[in-house]
Design a binder for this molecule. Sequence first.
Ligand SMILES: Nc1ncnc2c1ncn2[C@@H]1O[C@H](COP(=O)(O)OP(=O)(O)OP(=O)(O)O)[C@@H](O)[C@H]1O
Ligand SMILES: [Mg+2]
Length: 260
Amino acid sequence: MPHATPFPTAPARTAAVAARATDLSKVYGQGETRVVALDSVNVEFGRARFTAIMGPSGSGKSTLMHCMAGLDSISAGSARIGDVELASLGDKQLTRLRRDKIGFIFQAFNLLPTLTALENITLPMAIAGRRPDQDWINRVVETVGLSGRLSHRPAQLSGGQQQRVAVARALAARPEIIFADEPTGNLDSRSGAEVLGFLRESVRAMDQTVVMVTHDPVAAGYADRVVFLADGRIVEELPEPTADAVLDRMRMFETKGRTN
Ligand SMILES: Nc1ncnc2c1ncn2[C@@H]1O[C@H](COP(=O)(O)OP(=O)(O)OP(=O)(O)O)[C@@H](O)[C@H]1O
Ligand SMILES: [Mg+2]
């Protein structure tokens, strides 16, 4: 077991927690339409770690990401980014925290079609009135391999390149944590592998914290750890996952589901 004692001499920063859910519940609707999307979830996302979230459709993966990123309110428990309790923030404070501390990558790239790649990457900072740190932007652009494409508009880029722009946009503001909801869901396997490689590299080279929802065992294999959700609960965790181990685990859940 090569990973039995991970990072025994790692600096304190590596051990720190970037985000944490404590007894987090989310209920949508009421009466007959009531849905418990998250049922008392407890999970920590370590700093400079890459965590994958997996689980069947409707198990609460997107809801967990939205609640942790302050994009949706919670019904009970707590969601914290660093030491900040999201429910304690007013609207303006929450907007600022989202802008400064959180990056979000969606399945659809969500780029503005009339802006160039570089403008898309720096737009959130421009809106925030922050001057981009040019050295950092250069490093991000290089890391995601977009150096030759900065003046292209989204329509002139492949799907993989567009998603790399979205990854660079999330990295540009140096957020505490990046949440990515099926970032490779719309990509072919080669482009998907590129994007996953860049997310992995941002964790390794830049100490970025990444939490990524995926249905794909190969994608989950890029992560340091996989957390499995079912019916709004965390049912399993897999450290140092390989695609084969993830697939085995998914098969196990399916078999259990059928016997129930
Ligand atoms: N805005 C909403 N209003 C009512 N119910 C919702 C809402 N958003 C999600 N739900 C319900 O909450 C549950 C969890 O949904 P969620 O989108 O988190 O699942 P998911 O794991 O991301 O699924 P998928 O893999 O299909 O994206 C589902 O039963 C869903 O129908
Ligand atoms: Mg979802």
